[in-house]
Design a protein around this ligand. Structure first.
Ligand code: SF4
Ligand code: SF4
Length: 422
């Protein structure tokens, strides 16, 4: 059975004794983007006054998902800014008045288990809870229908990244309270928190509090990549396969930072306005995790924490080194789904040489694709279609393993786009 590869870890680099909060920026740039909807509709105009939590945009299709302001202040324009996908997207530009005035004053709810399922789904919509592990997928869509198992994905199997670990360590009790409430509201019988077997500190922390929650169990999974991928994780934990979506089998999987966002939504009925981002890599002077306001240009934060060791030869990646996107520069905006940025030396990536037909890229692919064949058949659409590049999860293992240093993943992603265009 496929289980993945053990990769270099490099996580200790960004774990520091305390976590800092970046001072609020003077200007925030809120991308009008949600998941695959790259052109959400703006609901504000230049000169409009907004509060923290004001709805400033929404999706332009039939999925209900709003975009909120993370500060109070005034809309001063619209600008294209770099998003974690590597694309430039339209953003609402807001001048921060630093008053932090809230759009809604709802108070804090003590007992979050008492919501009905309909109300729960409405809160997820109103607070725009989305996948914080990178996807930005609207979370409420995962809770429609009957569910029997919830899996909390705290595996964070990609090297260098520690933002989920930090959330789990710092907010253990809140996370357990949220899982308990989600299970009660949705009549879910089984709750599983999945962590890596080498995350000893996290294991101890959860075990300290789990006694109060008999329906939630902690399961340790092998420290292999990409074990945190939904399909592989469900297979590993439950021995269950699904076709398109875990909901087919009554299973919901949420990343642990998303669970914390659900907790905040249930407690305060407010959208999150900040998130933890891992800023790391050999080129960063002081790698660490930072709490950052949504809409902040990351370059401001990198400067604030000490900057780069040297400014030459940097490969700047949004997300992790395996699944992330290499960006042309560091003018990236912090969004709900930006969990990390990694700055490493470009010289780690030597120039590709000729493919030696070793087949290793096919052997490591978790979705049993043939990356090398997809790369060869890029121009032959019918053959390409039969090789199913659309099933690629962009894990990066094919490029990682390639002895000829070919970026096979990039070719498969291009093929994927080609299939979509037809
Ligand atoms: S083809 Fe896609 S899914 Fe397969 S190893 Fe490469 S990046 Fe991963
Ligand atoms: S791993 Fe690299 S060298 Fe080997 S078949 Fe795949 S692309 Fe060719």
């Amino acid at each position: 059975m496929y289980s993945g590869l053990r990769l270099i870890d490099k996580k200790s680099m960004s774990i520091t004794e305390s976590i800092i909060e970046y001072k609020d920026p003077e200007i925030v740039y809120i991308p009008l983007v949600n998941h695959s909807n790259m052109e959400c509709q703006s609901l504000v105009e230049i000169g409009d006054k907004v509060l923290k939590g004001t709805v400033i945009g929404k999706r332009n299709d039939n999925i209900e998902m709003n975009i909120h302001s993370s500060v109070s202040g005034e809309v001063i324009g619209f600008e294209e800014k770099l998003y974690l996908s590597g694309e430039y997207v339209k953003c609402v530009v807001i001048q921060n008045d630093f008053k932090e005035k809230q759009a809604e004053l709802t108070g804090v709810k003590d007992k979050i288990t008492s919501y009905t399922k309909d109300k729960f789904i409405q809160i997820l919509k109103d607070c725009a809870v989305t996948g914080m592990g990178g996807s930005d997928f609207p979370t409420y869509l995962k809770y429609i229908g009957k569910l029997k198992t919830i899996i909390i994905n705290a595996v964070e199997c990609e090297p260098y990244i520690t933002s989920d670990f930090l959330v789990a360590i710092l907010k253990t009790e809140e996370i357990l309270e949220a899982i308990d409430a989600i299970m009660e509201i949705n009549e879910i019988d089984e709750g599983i928190i999945a962590i890596r077997e080498t995350d000893y500190q996290l294991k101890d922390k959860f075990e300290t509090f789990l006694g109060t929650y008999p329906n939630i169990k902690l399961v340790l999974v092998k420290d292999l990549y990409p074990i945190g991928w939904e399909k592989l994780l469900i297979k590993e934990l439950l021995g269950i396969k699904y076709d398109k979506n875990p909901m087919e089998k009554g299973i919901v999987v949420n990343n642990i930072s998303t669970i914390f966002a659900i907790y905040k939504a249930l407690k305060t009925k407010r959208p999150i306005s900040r998130r933890i981002v891992t800023i790391t890599g050999e080129k960063i002077k002081k790698p660490q995790n930072v709490i950052i306001k949504i809409g902040t240009p990351i370059v401001e934060v990198i400067k604030e924490i000490g900057g780069y060791k040297d400014e030459t030869d940097i490969r700047f990646i949004a997300g992790g080194p395996m699944k992330g996107e290499t960006l042309p520069n560091d003018n990236l905006i912090v969004t709900k789904n930006l969990y990390a940025v990694v700055a490493i030396s470009s010289s780690c990536f030597s120039s590709p040489i000729t493919c030696v037909r070793c087949g290793r890229c096919s052997n490591v692919c978790p979705n049993y694709l043939s990356p090398v064949l997809i790369r060869d058949r890029k121009k032959h659409f019918n053959i390409l279609k039969s090789l199913h590049p659309e099933k690629c999860i962009e894990c990066g293992l094919c490029s990682y393993i390639c002895p000829s240093k070919i970026d096979v993943r990039e070719s498969v992603i291009e093929a994927k786009k080609e299939i979509r265009r037809h």
